[in-house]
Design a protein around this ligand. Sequence first.
Ligand code: GRG
Length: 307
Amino acid sequence: LQADEEGSGGFDFKQYMASKAAAVNKALNHALPLRHPEQLHESMRYSLLAGGKRVRPVLALAACELVGGDEAAAAPVACAVEMIHAMSLVHDDLPCMDDDALRRGRPANHVAFGVSTALLAGDALLALAFEHVARGYACAGGGVPAERALRAVAELANAVGAEGLAGGQVVDLTSEGAPIDLTTLEYIHVHKTARLLEAAAVCGAIVGGGTDEEVESIRRFARSIGLLFQVVDDVLDVTRTSEQLGKTAGKDITADKATYPKLMGIDGARAYAAELVARAEAELGQFDAGRAAPLRHLARFIAYRQS
Ligand code: GRG
C-alpha cells in the first residue's frame, strides 16, 4: 500500500520501536542466561536473542499503556510472547515442518545445533515463556492482581495450542500441494500469524487493567493487523518476484503457495489490505488519541512497508 499522507502528528515511531525493542532485548537476555547444559541454552539464546523486529512484545507494551497500565506491568507477558514466537520459528524451520535452512539471514537453529537440540530448545523456550509469566506475576509483581495474570496465561496457552499456532500449522501442512480456497487461507493466517499478535496485545491490555470492552476491541485491532501483515507480505512477494524475474531468470518463489493475490487478484489483495488497516484504525477510535499513537503507527508501518 502507498501512504496517502504522513500523518505522524509529531510521533516518532522509529524511535519508539527502537527504544522498546532495546528494553525487550535487555529483559530477554536477563531471562535466559547461558548455563548448564550449555548446548541447550546456547541453542535457545541463538534463536531468542538474534534479531527480530520485536513486534509482538511492543504490541503487548503499547496495549498495556493504551488502557492506562504501567509499561512494567506488561514486561513478563511481552517477554513471553517473544519466547513463544522464537520457539515457533525454530519448530517451523525443522525438516519435518517447512524444512528451511535459513532464518533471519543465518543458519536455522537445527542447522547450527542439530535437529534434536533444536526440537528441545523450542520446547524449553515454550516452557520458559510460561514460567516467566508465572514468576513475573507471583506476589502481585508490578501490581498486577493474580486474577489478571491467570487470564493472560489462559490467553497465551490458547494462542499456542490446537486453537492457535499448532492448529494453523497443521492445516497449513496438510493443505500443501492441493489448491486451497480463501476460507482455508484465512484460517491458516488467522491461526499461524494473527493469533499470537492478538494474544500479545490482549495480554498487555489484560495486565494493564483494561475493561472487557477495551480488551475485545484491542483483540479485533490486533487480529486485523495480523492478517494485514500477511496480505501485505503476499503483495510484496508478487512485486519482489516480478522485479526479480525482470532482472534474472529467477524462479517464482510463490509458485506452489496459495496467496491473497492469487485468490483475489493483486488489486483485490490491495483493497483488502486497505480495508484491514481501516478496520484496525477504527478500533482505536474510542481511545485517547495520544495514547493510541503507537498502535496507530504500528498498523501503518505494517501496511505501508516496502520490504
Ligand atoms: C506452538 C507448539 C507450537 C508449535 C509450533 C511451527 C508452528 C507450530 C507454527 C508456525 C508458526 C509460524 C512460524 C508462523 C509464521 C509467523 C510469522 C509471520 C513470522 C515472521 O514474523 P516477524 O516478521 O519475524 O515478526 P521477526 O524475524 O521480525 O521476529
